[in-house]
Design a binder for this molecule. Structure first.
Ligand SMILES: [Zn+2]
Length: 277
């Protein structure tokens, strides 16, 4: 049994503040250890549950956050940027039986600790076939195309609630309870590691590859906080303006859908001005 862990940082133990997840800051250095503890706990739980292989795919910012040297020796880690499937890279080779979303968070425009979808502020909402979408929901549709079930989700309590919509059977572990976008009641790493390990052990039983889902076409709508960003996004072929601050595109598969989304966020990031946004 092979498990893929997609590891994002905003939903990690103890993390509530932008500097906690901003590479290079002293607070990020501290939170890397907490994040690594969550990921390692998940890996240990999956091994407890019978996994033979656990591959961790770094999925936050520069995708170079985890402390490899702190992970269980059986774990392998994919670190660094520029990957065909970004946050769920590694799922496409036909050998993954289940995926865990560790450190996930609610989506843009939703309540949740450090809630956003890909871009921290410029995206104010994403909809997939008219359903409000978090990054977790988008990624869940990508992995379903490869027949891989989401078996475990960790994050704040609202990330877990969000996951009820896209992975109802998955085990969920809330490592903190949302108070505001930048505040949470946090549990200690000793406690969350135990909770995550126990849930991952149980989740291993759900890691059974399914028939690939052919659910297209997928229409993705994206709303921005400024109208010029909507115009900038239309540089991407197939992306059309549908409102003053909104664009949409349709893809036959989620593979194409998530890649176009990545192109949109890359173009839009380049169009943001420091003072006026
Ligand atoms: Zn992140």
């Amino acid at each position: 049994m092979k498990i893929l862990i997609s590891a994002d940082m905003e939903g990690a133990t103890g993390v509530t503040w932008p500097a906690d997840v901003l590479p290079g800051t002293p607070q990020w250095e501290r939170c890397r250890a907490l994040f690594t503890s969550d990921v390692n706990a998940a890996a240990l739980g999956f091994f407890d549950g019978g996994a033979d292989e656990v591959l961790v795919n770094e999925a936050h910012w520069t995708m170079r956050n985890l402390l490899l040297e702190e992970l269980d020796p059986r774990v392998q880690m994919l670190t660094g940027r520029h990957k065909a499937l970004s946050m769920v890279e590694g799922v496409q080779h036909g050998d993954v039986d289940g995926i865990a979303f560790v450190g996930y968070h609610a989506g843009a425009g939703q309540e949740g600790v450090l809630a956003h979808t890909y871009l921290a502020n410029q995206i104010t909402g994403v909809w997939l076939n008219d359903v409000r979408a978090s990054g977790g929901l988008l990624n869940a549709h990508v992995v379903a195309e490869y027949g891989v079930p989401v078996v475990l989700v960790t994050g704040d309590d609202l990330a877990c609630e969000d996951a009820l919509g896209y992975a109802p059977e998955a085990l969920k572990v809330a490592v903190k309870d949302h108070v505001s976008r930048y505040a949470a009641v946090c549990r200690t790493p000793t406690r969350t590691a135990a909770d995550i390990r126990a849930a991952a052990k149980e989740a291993a039983a759900l890691a059974v590859r399914r028939a690939p889902v052919d659910g297209g076409p997928y229409t993705v709508a994206v709303e921005f906080d400024a109208e010029h960003l909507a115009m900038a996004a239309t540089v991407v072929p197939g992306v059309a303006r549908t409102g003053e601050r909104k664009v949409a595109y349709t893809s036959g598969t989620m593979y194409e859908g998530i890649r176009t989304f990545k192109a949109v966020t890359t173009i839009v990031s380049a169009a943001v001005e420091e003072q006026y946004g």
